[in-house]
Each structure stands twice: as C-alpha cells, then as structure tokens.
Design a protein around this ligand. Structure first.
Ligand SMILES: C[S@@+](CC[C@H](N)C(=O)[O-])C[C@H]1O[C@@H](n2cnc3c(N)ncnc32)[C@H](O)[C@@H]1O
Length: 389
C-alpha cells in the first residue's frame, strides 16, 4: 500500500471495493478477489481493499465498531493504543485543562482521535507518509477532521512550545520485527523524548511497560495500565499532570491504586487466602499499598503474593483459597493430587525456578477435578500452595 492507493480507496469506487471486501472477507481469497474484479476493481485496489477488510476485522478488538471505517497498516495496528486506554488518557488531559496537544509520532491516530473526541485540538505528526495519510483519513472518517491536523514530519522539528501539552508514543520495534526494550533505540530518539518535559511541562509519554522506574523524570508520575489483566503500557505524566508518584490503572473497570512505590508491606505467615495482584499493581511497585487495601501481608518480603485470613473482594488481584501448604517434593505432590483426583491444574509461580509445563508432565495428572497450584518461596524456602480459585 502507498498513499496513492490509499487515495484510491477513498474514492466512490474504493468505498464500493471496501464494502464488497468486508462482505467477502471470510471467503476463499481467490473467490473474494474474483468478486471484486467482476465489479471492475483493478487488481491492486482489490488487494488493498481485501487487506483493509482483514485488518479492520482484527482492529475491532482495539477500536470496537469504529474499526469498520478505519484505514490501517499491520505495524500501525500492532502499535496503536486501544481505544479504552486512549480515551481514559484523553479524559485526564482534558480534565487537566489541556485544550491543544501535539502528538509526536501519531501512528494511525488512536491517541490523537481520543484527544479530539475529548474536545482537544490536536496537531499530529508522523514521519511515515502512508501512516500520516491514514491518520488523516481516520480523523476524517471519525468526523474529527476539524479538530485534528495531521502532517508528515519528523517529530524533532515540531515547535512544541506552541501547545498546552505534548504526547509522545515512540516506536519501539525494530524494522525486522521484535520489540525494542532499550529506550535508547526508541524512535523518535529517547534523548529527544526525555527532553520534552523540559520544554513543555505538561508532557505525557507512553512507554513499554518494562521501562525502568529510574528513567522517570524527577517529580513525574509513573502509571502502569492493564486491560483485562494484560499489562499494556507505562505512561509518564510530567510536570503539573503528575498526581501521585506511582499509579496502577486497571481497565476497563478503571480501578486505580496510587502510592509512592517505595513501601514494603508487612510480612507474616501464609494465610487462608492468597491474592495474585494484577500485573499493573506489581509493575508499578504498589504491592504494599495493595496489601493495605485488603489488610493483608506478604509471606516473603520479595515476592508479590499477598495473604489474608478472611476473604476480601478486590479489583486489584485474583483471590485463591489456600487448602494446603507444603515444601516442594515431586513425590508428595503426585500422591496428594492423585488422592484428590486432580486432573486439571492451573500453575502460577513467583520466586520459583521450576518450569510449570515440565512439572505438569512430571506430575502425571489423572482425575476429573480442577485445582490451582502456586509455586513460590516462603521465608526463603521453596513452597507449594494448593488452592481453590
Ligand atoms: C507507537 S507508534 C504511535 C501509535 C499511536 N500512538 C497510536 O495509538 O496509534 C509510533 C509512531 O511514531 C512514528 N515515528 C517514529 N519516529 C518518528 C519521528 N522521528 N518523527 C515522527 N514520527 C516518528 C512511527 O512512524 C510510528 O507511526
């Protein structure tokens, strides 16, 4: 796909091709192409329409029904922020009084469109001509073109000081695939991205969730965001946008936990209930703060499992009822699970070097019951907890 083909897709013939492609997307590729060709659609346009139909179907998980009218590339879709995350960020920016925003490296425009939906005027740039053209088409399709200006430009050339706030979501992938974990390999470059807060106090950076806490600018808020238990991103909220040192945000329910990220929770014995915190809570270093919300304790100061003696409902963790606590012994475990008729075993681990799948094979499970097993350490000793969900 190139910008000319994108322009063709946006003509009446292109719109017709897209509509037909959406109808035949499930059909055999050859049959689908033949249907399009029979309507007088040229091969290149037919292929582009079929690719869009396929990408739009995949994009529904991120963008909901809006995906059906969007223009997408595979890498752009992979890197795009989910609408539920982008909308929440945009609402927070709008609530902080941001009226104009520069989006540096806007990709297909997920964050830019969310900001525009929240009433913010957005100036978005992307260095890639096709991606920038698609972001513009997506703003148009969403009826937000009056609030979103998209240009194909290098982010480092933007006069960011003209805007109330700046947002950057640098590319984190190498050309050959594979994620980039070293922030020095980000594009735009990390030095430029990290320097933005010095130029525009209200800066927000979207970063990989594995980002080192040490890279958080002084005084900034580090937020870790999960959706349905999947850890998706870290966001650094700088200057006056920072509201707490650390925040864990769990979507779609929007449960939020804040704290300093430096506290250690109380340590005590394993309890009747074990809580496995959401990865956003763990990555934001808010396990002690979470333990406080359920009146819980850790059984090992370095392991992020929390225990209580009475059940407490919480959005921040999965709760399991502990039925047995035993030191690790393959033979003993095999006997116990056989006695209980456990044939289905969910294995969780923290602080254990054991490989769950190898252990599952070695246990030679048989039976009809299900159970959960937690491999961990208690006061330094390898320990197995058998649990009921
Ligand atoms: C992670 S994506 C942004 C995704 C976007 N926030 C969304 O949700 O759709 C990063 C984008 O930055 C662009 N980019 C990389 N280096 C850039 C630069 N120096 N100037 C402008 N854009 C750049 C890439 O082309 C890519 O589209």
């Amino acid at each position: 796909m190139d910008p000319e083909l994108l322009a063709d897709l946006r003509t009446p013939l292109g719109a017709d091709a897209l509509a037909v492609a959406a109808e035949v997307a499930d059909a055999d590729p050859l049959v689908a192409a033949t249907r399009l060709r029979a309507r007088g659609v040229a091969p290149a346009l037919a292929a582009a329409a079929l690719t869009q139909a396929d990408l739009r179907r995949r994009a529904a998980a991120k963008f909901g029904p809006d995906a059906a009218g969007m223009f997408l590339t595979r890498p752009g879709l992979e890197q795009a922020t989910r609408a539920v995350v982008a909308d929440r960020r945009a609402a927070r920016l709008a609530a902080a009084g941001v009226r104009t925003l520069a989006d540096l490296g806007c990709g297909l425009g997920s964050d830019a469109l969310a900001a525009a939906r929240a009433g913010i005027r957005v100036y978005a740039v992307d260095a890639d001509p096709l991606t920038a053209a698609m972001a513009r088409a997506n703003a148009d399709a969403a009826g937000l073109a009056d609030r979103v200006t998209v240009e194909c430009a290098d982010a480092t050339t933007v006069e960011v000081e003209r805007f109330d706030a700046v947002f950057a979501d640098p590319a984190r992938r190498r050309a050959g695939g594979g994620r980039v974990f070293d922030p020095r390999s980000y594009s735009p470059p990390w030095d430029f991205v990290a320097g933005l807060a010095g130029r525009v106090p209200r800066t927000v950076l979207k970063l990989a969730p594995g980002i080192d806490h040490a890279l958080l600018p002084p005084g900034a808020e580090g937020e870790w965001v999960s959706v349905d238990g999947d850890l998706l991103e870290a966001a650094f909220w700088c200057g006056p946008l920072a509201a707490a040192p650390r925040r864990a945000t769990l979507l779609p329910g929007a449960a939020e936990l804040t704290g300093t990220g430096t506290v250690t929770g109380p340590v005590g014995p394993v309890g009747t209930y074990l809580y496995d915190p959401d990865p956003a809570v763990v990555r934001s270093h808010l396990v002690a703060e979470f333990a406080e919300t359920v009146g819980g304790r850790l059984a090992d100061p370095d392991i992020a499992y929390v225990y209580t003696d009475a059940p407490v409902d919480t959005p921040f963790a999965r709760r399991l009822a502990v039925t047995d606590v035993l030191p690790f012994s393959l033979k003993r475990l095999r006997t116990l699970l056989r006695e209980r008729g456990v044939g289905r075993l969910e294995i969780r681990k923290r602080g254990s070097a054991l490989e769950p799948e190898k252990l599952r094979r070695d246990l030679r499970l048989s039976g009809s019951r299900g159970a959960s097993m937690v491999l961990t350490r208690v006061a330094g000793a390898p320990t197995v907890l058998l649990c009921r969900p």
